[in-house]
Design a protein around this ligand. Structure first.
Ligand code: DGY
Length: 327
């Protein structure tokens, strides 16, 4: 039977070619916009496979709307807090994500935010363009040194470890908070595993790299921000709801911490209005993996996974391999 798949957003061509070669019908959302819930529920009906974005909620309601034929879902993202994996598994539907291929790009962006905050790059750019610059000054736009400062990594998975590796060039001591120890990170970067509160107290730069779960929602709130140094910078490139945005906006405006760099938000694309008013926060539109090379690799991985799972094979990026054990 010819396979019929739906792609919820146009992805780079290498991924679409793989799908066209591997499936009979490939329909792609023609608009450069997130589908509304109603559009998504209609679009998935009768499909064998679905290639979705991190913004699409994949739950029992959607699986009911898709119907009996749906055998595989590939998420075009490494994070999959948008997906009810246990519901997919219960229904025997394979599910994959895109680990590894976006690690370096996302680590680069975390560092770009860290540097932008430390040296007030975005604020200084706005000032240089404003016509208010009257010349060099010994006290203008003073930021913070980065070299030798303490970097705290909350979540030492692939991306957190890649951020820590980059710190070696800046001779920064690295602390990390993680459920399990990472001996390799300790050996290669001299990183020390500490409880979250200790990491927040001791770090000059804190970068968040944990997945969003019920346990990590609002991991960083008013209490945690109050533990940080008044000169500290917080960077978040993981998922917005890990940080209580209202508490962060207060902490940034009353000097509890010095600055923040955010690529993700609690209710994307909405950004908390109080953050929009502040100069000491750098705001990016969720571009952690947004390089041409990385997005193409993500497209290839997601498409290859979808085709493989539809053939009954279990690709390495499959999150619920148990689905394929009894096929
Ligand atoms: C990811 O891969 O999880 C990125 O945040 C894109 O959604």
């Amino acid at each position: 039977m010819a396979l019929n798949v739906y792609v919820t957003r146009s992805i780079p061509e290498p991924g679409l070619s793989i799908l066209r070669r591997g499936c009979g019908t490939v329909e792609v959302n023609p608009r450069d916009a997130i589908l509304t819930r109603a559009e998504l529920l209609t679009a998935v009906a009768g499909r064998d496979g679905l290639l979705c974005m991190g913004q699409d909620r994949i739950d029992a309601e959607l699986l009911d709307a898709a119907g009996e034929r749906l055998r595989a879902v590939a998420n075009y993202a490494v994070g999959y807090d948008n997906v009810d994996v246990s519901e997919l598994t219960r229904r025997g539907i394979g599910f994959s994500n895109t680990p590894d291929v976006l690690t370096e790009a996302t680590a680069d962006l975390a560092w770009a935010l860290l540097m932008a905050c430390a040296r007030r790059i975005v604020e200084a750019d706005r000032f240089a363009r404003s016509g208010r610059w009257t010349g060099w000054s010994p006290t203008q736009m003073l930021g913070f040194d980065v070299a030798g400062k303490v970097l705290g990594i909350a979540g030492a998975g692939r991306i957190g470890a890649a951020v820590a590796r980059r710190a070696q060039g800046f001779e920064m001591p690295v602390l990390y908070f993680n459920r399990s120890a990472r001996p390799e990170l300790e050996r290669t970067c001299g990183a020390a595993r500490v409880p979250l509160d200790e990491l927040l107290r001791r770090s000059d730069f804190v970068s968040i790299h944990l997945p969003l779960t019920a346990d990590t929602r609002h991991l960083i709130g008013r209490r945690e921000l109050a533990l940080m140094k008044p000169t500290a910078v917080l960077v978040n490139t993981s998922r917005g709801p890990l940080v209580d945005e209202a508490a962060l906006a207060s902490a940034l405006s009353d000097g509890t911490i010095a600055a923040a760099g955010l690529d993700v938000f609690e209710e994307e694309p909405r950004i908390h209005p109080a953050l929009l008013e502040l100069d000491n926060v750098v705001l990016l539109p969720h571009i952690g993996s947004a390089t041409g090379e990385t997005r193409s690799r993500m497209a290839e991985v997601a498409a290859n996974c979808l085709v493989a799972m539809l053939r009954g094979e279990c690709p390495p990026q499959c999150v619920n391999p148990e689905v394929f054990e009894h096929r």
